[in-house]
Design a protein around this ligand. Structure first.
Ligand code: PMV
Length: 333
Protein backbone atom coordinates (compact mmCIF):
# COMPACT_ATOMS: atom_id res chain seq x y z
CA UNK A 1 0.00 0.00 0.00
CA UNK A 2 1.23 3.47 -0.83
CA UNK A 3 1.88 6.00 1.93
CA UNK A 4 -1.52 7.32 2.81
CA UNK A 5 -3.25 9.79 5.04
CA UNK A 6 -6.30 7.68 5.81
CA UNK A 7 -7.03 5.55 2.69
CA UNK A 8 -10.31 7.35 2.07
CA UNK A 9 -11.23 9.89 -0.61
CA UNK A 10 -14.35 11.43 -2.10
CA UNK A 11 -14.53 12.54 -5.74
CA UNK A 12 -17.07 13.99 -8.13
CA UNK A 13 -17.39 13.50 -11.89
CA UNK A 14 -19.91 14.83 -14.38
CA UNK A 15 -21.92 12.98 -16.97
CA UNK A 16 -21.21 13.78 -20.63
CA UNK A 17 -23.10 13.90 -23.92
CA UNK A 18 -21.26 12.75 -27.06
CA UNK A 19 -21.42 14.85 -30.24
CA UNK A 20 -19.33 12.27 -32.11
CA UNK A 21 -20.32 8.89 -30.70
CA UNK A 22 -18.36 5.96 -29.39
CA UNK A 23 -19.99 2.73 -30.56
CA UNK A 24 -18.14 -0.59 -30.91
CA UNK A 25 -14.68 -1.65 -29.77
CA UNK A 26 -11.62 -2.82 -31.62
CA UNK A 27 -10.57 -4.52 -28.36
CA UNK A 28 -13.35 -5.38 -25.92
CA UNK A 29 -11.13 -6.31 -22.97
CA UNK A 30 -9.23 -3.02 -23.06
CA UNK A 31 -12.28 -1.07 -24.29
CA UNK A 32 -10.29 0.35 -27.20
CA UNK A 33 -13.00 2.03 -29.27
CA UNK A 34 -13.65 1.60 -32.99
CA UNK A 35 -13.29 5.39 -33.43
CA UNK A 36 -12.31 8.54 -31.60
CA UNK A 37 -15.19 10.53 -30.08
CA UNK A 38 -16.00 13.96 -28.68
CA UNK A 39 -18.35 15.08 -25.92
CA UNK A 40 -19.33 17.88 -23.57
CA UNK A 41 -19.35 17.35 -19.82
CA UNK A 42 -22.69 18.20 -18.23
CA UNK A 43 -22.17 20.63 -15.36
CA UNK A 44 -25.51 19.96 -13.67
CA UNK A 45 -25.37 16.15 -13.67
CA UNK A 46 -22.84 14.44 -11.47
CA UNK A 47 -21.91 11.40 -9.40
CA UNK A 48 -20.16 11.74 -6.04
CA UNK A 49 -18.29 8.67 -4.83
CA UNK A 50 -16.39 7.83 -1.65
CA UNK A 51 -13.87 5.01 -1.64
CA UNK A 52 -12.26 3.65 1.49
CA UNK A 53 -9.67 0.88 1.23
CA UNK A 54 -10.11 -1.24 4.36
CA UNK A 55 -7.53 -3.88 5.39
CA UNK A 56 -10.04 -5.83 7.47
CA UNK A 57 -12.55 -6.28 4.58
CA UNK A 58 -12.72 -9.58 2.73
CA UNK A 59 -14.75 -8.22 -0.23
CA UNK A 60 -15.60 -4.92 -1.91
CA UNK A 61 -18.97 -3.38 -0.99
CA UNK A 62 -21.04 -0.92 -3.01
CA UNK A 63 -23.92 1.33 -2.03
CA UNK A 64 -25.70 3.51 -4.62
CA UNK A 65 -28.02 6.32 -3.51
CA UNK A 66 -28.27 4.85 -0.01
CA UNK A 67 -29.06 1.22 -0.94
CA UNK A 68 -26.83 -1.84 -1.49
CA UNK A 69 -26.15 -2.17 -5.21
CA UNK A 70 -27.58 -5.03 -7.25
CA UNK A 71 -25.25 -7.88 -8.19
CA UNK A 72 -24.53 -6.75 -11.77
CA UNK A 73 -23.40 -3.27 -10.72
CA UNK A 74 -21.35 -4.71 -7.84
CA UNK A 75 -19.52 -7.12 -10.16
CA UNK A 76 -18.71 -4.40 -12.65
CA UNK A 77 -17.34 -2.15 -9.89
CA UNK A 78 -15.31 -5.04 -8.43
CA UNK A 79 -13.77 -5.71 -11.84
CA UNK A 80 -12.81 -2.05 -12.10
CA UNK A 81 -11.38 -2.02 -8.56
CA UNK A 82 -9.27 -5.05 -9.59
CA UNK A 83 -7.76 -2.93 -12.39
CA UNK A 84 -6.95 -0.15 -9.90
CA UNK A 85 -5.62 -2.63 -7.32
CA UNK A 86 -3.22 -4.02 -9.94
CA UNK A 87 -2.11 -0.56 -11.07
CA UNK A 88 -1.44 0.73 -7.53
CA UNK A 89 -0.38 -2.57 -5.91
CA UNK A 90 -3.21 -2.32 -3.38
CA UNK A 91 -4.11 -5.48 -1.48
CA UNK A 92 -7.21 -4.31 0.45
CA UNK A 93 -10.85 -4.38 -0.51
CA UNK A 94 -12.90 -1.21 -0.72
CA UNK A 95 -16.06 0.26 0.70
CA UNK A 96 -17.67 2.31 -2.08
CA UNK A 97 -20.62 4.66 -1.62
CA UNK A 98 -21.99 6.60 -4.55
CA UNK A 99 -24.77 9.13 -5.14
CA UNK A 100 -26.11 10.67 -8.34
CA UNK A 101 -27.64 14.15 -8.22
CA UNK A 102 -29.82 13.34 -11.22
CA UNK A 103 -32.92 11.25 -10.65
CA UNK A 104 -32.21 7.52 -10.95
CA UNK A 105 -34.16 5.70 -13.61
CA UNK A 106 -34.56 8.72 -15.87
CA UNK A 107 -32.64 6.91 -18.56
CA UNK A 108 -29.81 9.43 -18.31
CA UNK A 109 -26.60 7.43 -18.61
CA UNK A 110 -24.71 7.37 -15.35
CA UNK A 111 -21.85 4.97 -16.18
CA UNK A 112 -19.59 7.77 -17.47
CA UNK A 113 -19.83 9.90 -14.32
CA UNK A 114 -19.91 6.78 -12.10
CA UNK A 115 -16.70 5.18 -13.36
CA UNK A 116 -14.88 8.52 -13.60
CA UNK A 117 -15.75 9.37 -9.97
CA UNK A 118 -14.90 5.83 -8.82
CA UNK A 119 -11.51 5.95 -10.54
CA UNK A 120 -10.70 9.38 -9.13
CA UNK A 121 -11.65 8.47 -5.54
CA UNK A 122 -10.04 5.00 -5.59
CA UNK A 123 -6.73 6.47 -6.80
CA UNK A 124 -6.80 9.46 -4.44
CA UNK A 125 -7.62 7.37 -1.34
CA UNK A 126 -4.14 5.84 -0.92
CA UNK A 127 -2.55 9.21 -1.80
CA UNK A 128 -1.52 8.14 -5.33
CA UNK A 129 -1.02 10.90 -7.87
CA UNK A 130 -1.63 9.97 -11.51
CA UNK A 131 -1.71 12.30 -14.50
CA UNK A 132 -5.08 13.28 -16.00
CA UNK A 133 -4.15 11.18 -19.03
CA UNK A 134 -3.58 8.07 -16.96
CA UNK A 135 -6.74 8.64 -14.91
CA UNK A 136 -8.71 8.94 -18.15
CA UNK A 137 -7.22 5.70 -19.54
CA UNK A 138 -7.98 3.93 -16.25
CA UNK A 139 -11.58 5.24 -16.17
CA UNK A 140 -11.99 3.90 -19.75
CA UNK A 141 -11.52 0.36 -18.42
CA UNK A 142 -14.71 0.75 -16.33
CA UNK A 143 -16.85 2.36 -19.04
CA UNK A 144 -15.55 3.77 -22.32
CA UNK A 145 -17.38 7.08 -22.06
CA UNK A 146 -16.01 7.52 -18.48
CA UNK A 147 -12.63 8.34 -20.08
CA UNK A 148 -14.27 11.56 -21.33
CA UNK A 149 -15.61 12.55 -17.89
CA UNK A 150 -12.11 12.98 -16.40
CA UNK A 151 -10.99 16.11 -18.36
CA UNK A 152 -13.02 19.36 -18.36
CA UNK A 153 -15.41 20.92 -20.87
CA UNK A 154 -15.40 19.77 -24.50
CA UNK A 155 -13.43 16.55 -24.52
CA UNK A 156 -11.87 14.42 -27.25
CA UNK A 157 -11.17 10.73 -26.63
CA UNK A 158 -8.32 9.56 -28.86
CA UNK A 159 -9.15 5.99 -29.92
CA UNK A 160 -5.49 4.93 -29.71
CA UNK A 161 -4.23 1.40 -30.23
CA UNK A 162 -3.11 0.45 -26.70
CA UNK A 163 -4.14 1.08 -23.09
CA UNK A 164 -1.71 4.02 -22.83
CA UNK A 165 -2.71 5.71 -26.11
CA UNK A 166 -6.49 5.47 -25.62
CA UNK A 167 -7.37 8.43 -23.39
CA UNK A 168 -9.33 11.68 -23.45
CA UNK A 169 -8.23 15.29 -23.13
CA UNK A 170 -9.84 18.72 -23.13
CA UNK A 171 -10.39 20.11 -26.60
CA UNK A 172 -12.04 23.37 -25.46
CA UNK A 173 -12.74 24.71 -21.98
CA UNK A 174 -16.32 24.79 -20.62
CA UNK A 175 -16.66 28.55 -21.12
CA UNK A 176 -15.55 28.42 -24.77
CA UNK A 177 -19.16 28.08 -26.00
CA UNK A 178 -22.34 28.39 -23.92
CA UNK A 179 -23.99 25.27 -25.37
CA UNK A 180 -26.82 23.77 -23.32
CA UNK A 181 -28.16 20.22 -23.36
CA UNK A 182 -31.95 20.44 -22.94
CA UNK A 183 -32.75 16.79 -22.34
CA UNK A 184 -36.24 15.71 -23.34
CA UNK A 185 -36.88 12.79 -20.99
CA UNK A 186 -39.49 10.82 -22.91
CA UNK A 187 -39.24 7.55 -21.01
CA UNK A 188 -38.01 6.41 -17.62
CA UNK A 189 -37.74 2.75 -18.55
CA UNK A 190 -34.39 1.01 -18.17
CA UNK A 191 -32.40 0.11 -21.26
CA UNK A 192 -33.29 -3.38 -22.50
CA UNK A 193 -29.73 -3.83 -23.79
CA UNK A 194 -26.94 -1.96 -22.02
CA UNK A 195 -24.15 -0.30 -23.95
CA UNK A 196 -21.49 -2.88 -23.03
CA UNK A 197 -23.55 -5.59 -24.76
CA UNK A 198 -24.36 -3.18 -27.60
CA UNK A 199 -20.68 -2.47 -28.32
CA UNK A 200 -20.13 -6.21 -28.79
CA UNK A 201 -22.86 -6.33 -31.42
CA UNK A 202 -21.74 -3.32 -33.44
CA UNK A 203 -19.61 -5.31 -35.89
CA UNK A 204 -22.59 -7.47 -36.83
CA UNK A 205 -23.98 -4.45 -38.74
CA UNK A 206 -22.64 -3.97 -42.27
CA UNK A 207 -22.90 -0.22 -41.61
CA UNK A 208 -20.43 -0.17 -38.69
CA UNK A 209 -17.32 -0.13 -40.91
CA UNK A 210 -18.73 2.80 -42.89
CA UNK A 211 -19.69 4.69 -39.71
CA UNK A 212 -16.39 4.12 -37.91
CA UNK A 213 -14.35 4.72 -41.08
CA UNK A 214 -15.91 8.15 -41.60
CA UNK A 215 -15.90 9.20 -37.93
CA UNK A 216 -12.48 10.91 -38.08
CA UNK A 217 -13.79 13.29 -40.78
CA UNK A 218 -16.88 14.17 -38.71
CA UNK A 219 -14.66 14.60 -35.66
CA UNK A 220 -12.44 17.06 -37.45
CA UNK A 221 -15.50 18.90 -38.90
CA UNK A 222 -17.21 19.16 -35.49
CA UNK A 223 -13.98 20.44 -33.92
CA UNK A 224 -13.80 23.17 -36.58
CA UNK A 225 -17.46 24.07 -35.90
CA UNK A 226 -16.79 24.26 -32.14
CA UNK A 227 -13.68 26.42 -32.61
CA UNK A 228 -15.64 28.91 -34.76
CA UNK A 229 -18.90 28.46 -32.80
CA UNK A 230 -20.65 27.74 -36.10
CA UNK A 231 -23.98 26.35 -34.87
CA UNK A 232 -25.39 25.43 -38.30
CA UNK A 233 -22.35 23.34 -39.22
CA UNK A 234 -22.25 21.83 -35.70
CA UNK A 235 -25.95 20.90 -35.82
CA UNK A 236 -25.84 18.96 -39.08
CA UNK A 237 -22.73 16.94 -38.10
CA UNK A 238 -24.09 16.09 -34.63
CA UNK A 239 -27.43 14.89 -36.02
CA UNK A 240 -25.75 12.88 -38.78
CA UNK A 241 -23.41 11.20 -36.32
CA UNK A 242 -26.28 10.25 -33.98
CA UNK A 243 -28.35 8.93 -36.91
CA UNK A 244 -25.38 6.86 -38.13
CA UNK A 245 -24.90 5.26 -34.68
CA UNK A 246 -28.62 4.41 -34.48
CA UNK A 247 -28.53 3.03 -38.04
CA UNK A 248 -25.76 0.65 -36.89
CA UNK A 249 -27.78 -0.28 -33.79
CA UNK A 250 -30.93 -0.99 -35.83
CA UNK A 251 -29.05 -3.12 -38.37
CA UNK A 252 -27.07 -5.19 -35.82
CA UNK A 253 -27.89 -8.80 -35.13
CA UNK A 254 -30.07 -8.88 -33.08
CA UNK A 255 -31.22 -5.34 -33.93
CA UNK A 256 -31.33 -2.68 -31.21
CA UNK A 257 -34.16 -0.16 -31.32
CA UNK A 258 -33.61 2.45 -28.64
CA UNK A 259 -36.13 5.04 -29.85
CA UNK A 260 -39.69 5.42 -28.63
CA UNK A 261 -42.41 6.94 -30.86
CA UNK A 262 -42.05 10.15 -28.84
CA UNK A 263 -38.27 10.24 -29.48
CA UNK A 264 -38.97 10.39 -33.21
CA UNK A 265 -41.59 13.12 -32.76
CA UNK A 266 -39.04 15.22 -30.87
CA UNK A 267 -36.34 14.62 -33.51
CA UNK A 268 -38.70 15.68 -36.31
CA UNK A 269 -39.85 18.75 -34.38
CA UNK A 270 -36.27 19.82 -33.60
CA UNK A 271 -35.33 19.61 -37.28
CA UNK A 272 -38.41 21.51 -38.39
CA UNK A 273 -37.84 24.27 -35.81
CA UNK A 274 -34.28 24.67 -37.09
CA UNK A 275 -34.95 24.46 -40.81
CA UNK A 276 -37.85 26.93 -40.48
CA UNK A 277 -35.43 29.34 -38.80
CA UNK A 278 -37.52 29.28 -35.60
CA UNK A 279 -34.99 27.81 -33.15
CA UNK A 280 -31.27 27.08 -33.36
CA UNK A 281 -31.32 23.57 -31.92
CA UNK A 282 -30.21 20.06 -32.92
CA UNK A 283 -30.69 16.58 -31.45
CA UNK A 284 -28.53 13.64 -30.44
CA UNK A 285 -29.51 10.34 -28.74
CA UNK A 286 -27.40 7.84 -26.80
CA UNK A 287 -28.32 4.21 -26.11
CA UNK A 288 -31.80 5.17 -24.94
CA UNK A 289 -34.98 6.98 -26.01
CA UNK A 290 -34.32 10.38 -24.40
CA UNK A 291 -33.51 13.19 -26.82
CA UNK A 292 -30.63 15.53 -26.03
CA UNK A 293 -31.53 18.86 -27.64
CA UNK A 294 -28.41 20.99 -27.99
CA UNK A 295 -28.67 24.76 -28.33
CA UNK A 296 -27.01 27.97 -27.21
CA UNK A 297 -27.89 29.30 -23.75
CA UNK A 298 -29.95 32.18 -25.18
CA UNK A 299 -32.30 29.68 -26.85
CA UNK A 300 -32.55 27.12 -24.03
CA UNK A 301 -35.75 28.46 -22.39
CA UNK A 302 -37.57 28.61 -25.75
CA UNK A 303 -36.38 25.07 -26.62
CA UNK A 304 -37.68 23.77 -23.26
CA UNK A 305 -41.04 25.57 -23.74
CA UNK A 306 -41.45 24.16 -27.25
CA UNK A 307 -40.63 20.65 -26.05
CA UNK A 308 -43.19 20.88 -23.25
CA UNK A 309 -45.80 22.10 -25.74
CA UNK A 310 -45.08 19.11 -27.97
CA UNK A 311 -46.16 16.61 -25.30
CA UNK A 312 -47.21 16.62 -21.67
CA UNK A 313 -45.18 13.39 -21.32
CA UNK A 314 -41.86 15.15 -21.77
CA UNK A 315 -39.82 16.07 -18.70
CA UNK A 316 -36.92 18.47 -19.07
CA UNK A 317 -33.45 18.25 -17.53
CA UNK A 318 -31.09 21.04 -18.53
CA UNK A 319 -27.31 21.42 -18.30
CA UNK A 320 -24.51 23.55 -19.69
CA UNK A 321 -20.86 22.53 -20.10
CA UNK A 322 -19.11 21.37 -16.94
CA UNK A 323 -15.75 20.72 -15.30
CA UNK A 324 -13.65 17.58 -15.20
CA UNK A 325 -13.54 15.12 -12.31
CA UNK A 326 -12.12 16.35 -9.01
CA UNK A 327 -11.40 15.24 -5.46
CA UNK A 328 -13.59 16.73 -2.72
CA UNK A 329 -12.61 17.38 0.87
CA UNK A 330 -13.13 14.26 2.98
CA UNK A 331 -13.83 15.95 6.31
CA UNK A 332 -17.56 15.32 5.82
CA UNK A 333 -17.13 11.56 5.44
O1 PMV B 1 -19.42 4.10 -22.07
P1 PMV B 1 -20.50 3.22 -22.56
O2 PMV B 1 -20.05 1.81 -22.71
O3 PMV B 1 -21.75 3.35 -21.72
O4 PMV B 1 -20.89 3.66 -24.04
C1 PMV B 1 -21.50 4.88 -24.35
C2 PMV B 1 -22.10 4.83 -25.69
C3 PMV B 1 -22.95 6.04 -26.09
O5 PMV B 1 -23.44 6.73 -24.96
C4 PMV B 1 -24.15 5.50 -26.86
C5 PMV B 1 -22.19 6.98 -27.01
C6 PMV B 1 -21.13 7.83 -26.35
O6 PMV B 1 -20.13 8.12 -27.03
O7 PMV B 1 -21.30 8.27 -25.19
Amino acid sequence: MLPSVNNIARARAHSNIAFIKYWGNRDHNLRLPANSSLSMNLGELHTTTTVEWIQAFDADTLEINGSPAEQGALERVRAHLDVIRRRLAIQSFAQVTSTNNFPMGTGIASSASAFAALTMAAVAAPGAELSERELSALARMGSGSAARSIPAGFVEWHAGDSHETSYAETFAHPDHWDLVDVIAVVSRRHKHVGSSAGHREADSSILQAARAGSAEQRLSDVKAAIVSRDFEAFASIVEEDSNLMHAVMMTSNPPLFYWDPLSLRVMRAVRSWRTAGRLRVCYTLDAGPNVHCICEAADAAAVADNLRELSANIEIIRSGAGPGAYVLPTMAV
